[in-house]
Design a protein around this ligand. Structure first.
Ligand code: AMP
Length: 451
């Protein structure tokens, strides 16, 4: 199949050819004609399948016919994160480069002024996160009365992030007579509920619906006690072929810590998470995309919308909080036909979750291995001495009057045992390589809400 058989506008076809696409991906082949027919569509497609073009190409074909009036919005795409908004905008701008269409973006975390002027001027296509859009719309910005098309991208994630009330309020301001396209990685009961609320007799376009991770991704599971994760990551990053690596951390602080420790090991990296300003996140993403920095450390939420071609490896430094995120994470490599590799560090506490993940994807993942050339004993010794170095300055910072004596006493006494800390050169819980320690368990149950 070729793109020119799908009924797209010739200017869109030109842009698609210039983007280097020759063959529509399965979701594009299936969705484009249906979207062009004007009906509502539920698209079930994983990230990395080309779903953005699947809805933007027919959308631009439809919009090519008219022009936005001052202050009006003709089509609205809602997406869960700023990164995804920017990503969609970049796609839209590329595909609409031969069309005189006005495209605007609205998302939180940055000044409102330029967004308000874009809405005042009117736009053919607006890409927005629900929260900020609702803020601006409630202040009277943007006229949505003639909005012809609504797209809810990554609808499942927007539900997870609690955007439903905002989306409901936004949809209330749109005409009833509109085309509504909804894209989601999975078709859950909640998504079905959403379609009955927002769509009319939607057609289901389901491509590669699977909880199974992208087939093109080679998955490896490494047995790794919590305190050796950093050493293992550094070891892997020194292997040939580890050129563009996306590392997933469960928490924002964890992501920063990974970056700091990589820097100490002489590996440059950048972090992307919700505590970073929009410009910092954008800079990190750009540096990663351009190859200036080969390691990007991300949290799950911030990673949505990271669309970087040629990611060679995804590392699940921490096991994902939500099992579905495993699929999203590893889908960041092996995009659009490329092959990729995903590596997951498995601590002893992760094993239950691993079983659950295997049940979800419907098959056994490869057995746990140890990375070639990684010396567990040496790494364990170093982690222990590192830990002692790490704790020493903190004790000094915390001291008050009379600290000198206390410090002398501490030196004289054997170190106090805390749960989860190493003692006597052996991890608590024993085991040859396992035994991440009780402290990890405590942190984990506080942070994850499940274990
Ligand atoms: P998406 O699933 O929309 O995030 O797209 C994943 C990646 O596939 C992006 O980098 C797109 O630029 C790329 N892509 C989309 N459609 C095609 C196509 N027909 N041929 C080759 N690459 C594509």
């Amino acid at each position: 199949m070729t793109f020119d058989k799908l009924g797209l506008h010739e200017s869109v076809l030109r842009a698609v050819a210039e983007a280097g696409y020759t063959v529509p991906t399965p979701i594009q082949g299936a969705a484009i004609p249906v979207v062009l027919s004007g009906v509502d569509v539920i698209g079930i497609a994983q990230t990395g399948t080309g779903k953005t073009a699947a809805f933007t190409l027919p959308l631009l074909t439809r919009l090519a016919k008219g022009k936005a009036e001052r202050g009006a919005v003709r089509a609205l795409i809602l997406a869960p994160t700023r990164e995804l908004v920017v990503q969609i905008e970049q796609n839209v701008r590329a595909y609409s480069r031969h069309l005189p269409l006005a495209v605007a973006i609205v998302y939180g975390g940055v000044g409102e002024r330029s967004q308000i002027s874009a809405l005042r001027a009117g736009c053919d296509l607006l890409v927005a996160t629900p929260g900020r859009l609702l803020d601006l719309a409630s202040q009277g910005h943007g006229d949505f009365r003639d909005c012809e098309v609504l797209v809810l991208d990554e609808a499942d994630r927007m539900l997870d992030m609690g955007f439903l009330p905002s989306i409901r309020r936004i949809v209330r301001g749109l005409p009833k007579d509109r085309q509504t396209l909804m894209f989601s990685a999975t078709l859950s009961k909640e998504i079905e509920q959403l379609t009955s609320e927002f769509q009319k007799s939607p057609k289901l376009v389901e491509v590669g619906r699977r909880s199974n991770p992208a087939e093109l991704v080679e998955q490896t599971l490494y047995e790794c006690p919590h305190n050796l994760k950093q050493a293992m990551l550094t070891h892997l990053l020194a292997q040939p072929g580890w050129d563009t690596v996306l590392v997933f951390s469960r928490t924002k602080h964890g992501a920063d810590r990974i970056c700091r420790k990589l820097a100490a090991a002489g590996v440059e990296s950048m972090a992307i998470h919700a505590n970073r300003s929009q410009s910092q996140r954008q800079r990190a993403l750009e540096s990663f995309k351009s190859g200036q920095v080969r390691v990007l450390v991300a949290t799950d939420i911030a990673s949505r919308g990271i669309d970087v071609d040629g990611i060679t490896h995804v590392v699940n430094f921490d096991f994902p909080d939500q099992l579905e995120d495993y699929v999203h994470r590893i889908g960041r490599t092996g995009r659009a036909g490329a092959t990729g590799k995903a590596v997951t560090f498995i601590t002893s506490e992760d094993r239950g979750d691993l079983r659950r993940l295997e049940r979800m994807v419907g098959k056994a993942l490869p057995p746990l291995q140890r990375p070639e050339g990684f010396n567990f004993e040496e790494a364990t010794r170093q982690a222990f001495s590192q830990k002692s170095e790490d704790t020493a300055p903190r004790q000094r910072h915390m001291r008050g009057p009379g600290h000198g004596r206390r410090e002398a006493e501490q030196k004289a006494r054997p170190p106090e045992r805390k749960p989860g800390q190493w003692h006597g050169g052996r991890p608590q819980g024993g085991g040859s390589s396992g035994g991440g320690g009780g402290g990890f368990l405590a942190r984990r149950s506080a942070g994850r809400g499940r274990s």
